[in-house]
Design a protein around this ligand. Sequence first.
Ligand SMILES: C[S@@+](CC[C@H](N)C(=O)[O-])C[C@H]1O[C@@H](n2cnc3c(N)ncnc32)[C@H](O)[C@@H]1O
Length: 270
Amino acid sequence: MNPNKELWEKGDFTRIAASMRESGEALVKDLGVANGLDVLDLGCGDGTTALPAARLGANVLGVDIASNLVEAGNARAQSLGLSNCRFQEGDASDLQEIKEDSFDLVISIFGAMFAPKPFEVAKEVVRVTRPGGRIVMGNWIPNDPTLVAQILKICSSYSPPPAEGFISPMTWGVEDNVIERFGAAGVPEDKIRFKRDTYTFNFPVAPSELLAEFRAYYGPTMNAFEAATANGREHDLQAELQALFNEQNTGASKDATSIPATFLRVTVGL
Ligand SMILES: C[S@@+](CC[C@H](N)C(=O)[O-])C[C@H]1O[C@@H](n2cnc3c(N)ncnc32)[C@H](O)[C@@H]1O
C-alpha cells in the first residue's frame, strides 16, 4: 500500500474540514472563479474549495489520493445538486489520467504539498494547466507559530523518524523551494507570487473538542498518538497539543473555537 494514501485514508478528513468551510469559500471567492472556468482541485479532500468553485459556475474536477474523501466529495456534490463538480481518485505527482492544457485554474489548498516527489507535482500541475492559466497553492509554513504548522511540528517530535529520502511537506512553505520546483517545470521566477494568508478553523464547541477530532480523525495526529502511546508519552502529547489549541483560540468564549492559521499562498501565472 502507498504510505501517502494510507495516511489519508486512515482517518476521516471530513471531520476536520467541517471547521474549514468558511475560509475555503472565502478563498475561492477571492480567486475570482467565474462561470464556465475549468478548475482542477488537487488534494481536494471532500470539496472545501471544489464545491464553492462549482457553486460559482466553474466546471470542477476534484482529485484526491484518498478513496473515502473522493466518495464523500461526490456525495456532497450530489446532495447539493452540483452536476458541474465531480471527484476522482488520483495522485498529484502522477496525473496520468489528465490530458495536458486541460484547466484554466488549478487549486491545491494544503493538498499537493502532502504528495511525495515535489518536483513531479510541480511538473504535473504545470502540464495540466492551460497557457494563460493559473495555479494557486496553499502551503503550511515550517516553524510558523500558528496552529497547523505547530500541530505538525509537535506530532513529528513524537513520531519515529521518517523513511530515508522523505521530503517534508512543509518544504512547500519555503519560497526558494517553490521557485526551484516550478523553475524545474519551466516556470520563470517572475511568474510566481507569494502572499501570507490566513485560514480560520471555526468549530462551535471548545478547543478540546476540535483537538479530539484531530486526535481521532487526522492521519498525522493519529500516527503521532499511536507512537506516543507505544512510548508511554501519550499524556505529554495530549497536554502539549491542548496548550497549543487553548493559546491559539480567539473564540468569543471558552466554548467556541476560532483559530486563525497562517499559510503561504502561491500563485503561478502561466
Ligand atoms: C489537509 S487535507 C486538505 C483537503 C482539502 N484541500 C481541504 O482544504 O479541505 C490534505 C488532502 O490532500 C490529499 N492528498 C495527500 N497526498 C496526496 C496526493 N499524493 N495526491 C492527491 N491528494 C493527496 C489527502 O488525501 C487530503 O485530502
